[in-house]
Write a protein that binds this ligand. Structure first.
Ligand code: SF4
Length: 385
């Protein structure tokens, strides 16, 4: 295999990894030669700061000694493995970077000769990129199961984002997916180390003066877990280790794995989990507010915020001129920006009609059933639109 074929082999299955709001379909920039277009899986992605970049999502090696049931790279699965040495990968990436074909990296790896050994290879790659080749762009580095505390510290100095995939919400569920991973020791502890490092060194020693953010990913539906279990763990991580975001990847069976006959999970479940996790993170919702049904899952048919509002606000609409910010955020159609816009507009006078709210960027058809405008039901104004 030449280097571009190796890169293709290592990056083509990375759409299973959700990160940086990357589009699942890799881009095929017109400036690529046909060979490059076949070889380079660069995903348009939005970084945490909103910047859009061409993100190369790849493994350093697809050789793995672990046997996670759901994973295409599991040990013993018959396919052609490929690997880069750190120097080789770093130099290849810099060529792509200098040709404007890729601007950032999401780097993971299969595990060979232990997690710590593999982590060293990821660290070596990042060190070469940052310190020898002068790369100042975006680096999202995976923490390997089995990594050591000192390695996590060094990763934090080199990366813009670090992550470790929990895959399942707790020890019992993980055993159904990945019998050779330990939930607490290998996956959970590193997330705590990241937060401990942030707290013990509030002045970042990261490469750009900021500590990296932390994310994780779950295989939604892979271990027959409930949404309640997934969101309980997500909520705890957001509150206690400043998890920036949980990614949910709806389980989809991979041929020639022990889970190949397990039915795929409805992608709508993934969507509902994202909506619920944003409500927990940005909208002041608690787990108790989530409209779980008896099996502990969210209804697939309804947006969880709408379901909450139908249960709690339809009979008791909120007066838009008096509601506090935290209550405004509970209304369907009002996000953090919308709530702030309403508060600003209120300073100039009473809000009496939906037209004014529409001008503030509010989706009035969503908000109307749940609010009063100067004492009057807003729904009656909907006919005017
Ligand atoms: S350790 Fe990672 S790459 Fe290896 S089988 Fe498990 S999920 Fe796949």
């Amino acid at each position: 295999m030449d280097q571009l074929e190796t890169l293709r082999s290592l990056s083509e299955q990375m759409e299973l990894e959700h990160a940086e709001e990357s589009h699942p379909e890799p881009s095929k920039p017109a400036c690529f030669t046909p060979k490059e277009q076949r070889a380079v899986f660069v995903h348009p992605a939005q970084l945490p700061n909103g910047k859009k970049v061409k993100l190369l999502k790849t493994l350093l090696s697809s050789a793995c000694e672990r046997d996670c049931y759901y994973c295409p790279f599991r040990a013993g699965r018959d396919f052609r493995r490929a690997s880069f040495k750190p120097q080789e990968f770093a130099e290849l990436f810099m060529k792509l970077y200098q040709s404007n074909m890729a601007e950032g990296i999401f780097l993971s790896s299969g595990i060979a000769a232990g997690g710590a050994n593999t982590q060293n290879k990821i660290l070596d790659t990042a060190e070469i990129l940052r310190n020898k080749l002068g790369f100042r762009g975006y680096l999202h580095l995976k923490i390997m199961p089995g990594a050591e505390k000192g390695q996590v510290w060094r990763l934090m100095q080199l990366a813009d984002r670090v992550s470790i995939n929990l895959e399942a919400p707790n020890t019992e569920r993980l055993a159904k997916l990945a019998p050779n991973k330990t939930f607490i020791e290998e996956l959970f502890k590193p997330l705590r180390w990241v937060e401990e490092n942030r707290q013990s060194h509030p002045a970042s020693q990261g490469w750009n003066g900021r500590w990296p953010s932390t994310v994780t990913q779950f295989v939604a539906g892979g271990s027959d877990e409930s949404d309640l279990e997934l969101l309980t763990t997500t909520d705890w991580l957001m509150k206690h280790v400043r998890l920036k975001r949980a990614y949910f990847s709806a389980f989809s069976p991979i041929r020639d794995t022990p889970m190949e006959n397990k039915p795929a999970v409805d992608p709508m479940r993934e969507h509902r989990l994202y909506q619920a996790s944003f409500l927990l993170r940005d909208y002041g919702f608690d787990l108790e507010d989530m409209p779980f049904v008896q099996d502990g899952n969210l209804p697939l048919a309804t947006d969880p915020k709408l379901a909450w509002a139908q249960q709690n606000l339809e009979g008791r609409p909120l007066e838009i001129n008096k509601a506090e910010r935290r209550d405004l955020l509970r209304i369907p159609g009002v996000g953090p920006k919308g709530a702030d816009a309403i508060l600003r507009a209120r300073r100039a006078g009473k809000l009496r009609d939906l037209t004014t709210l529409k001008k503030l960027g509010i989706v009035t058809t969503r908000i109307a059933p749940f609010i009063l405008l100067d004492g009057r039901r807003a729904e009656s104004q909907i006919v005017m639109f």
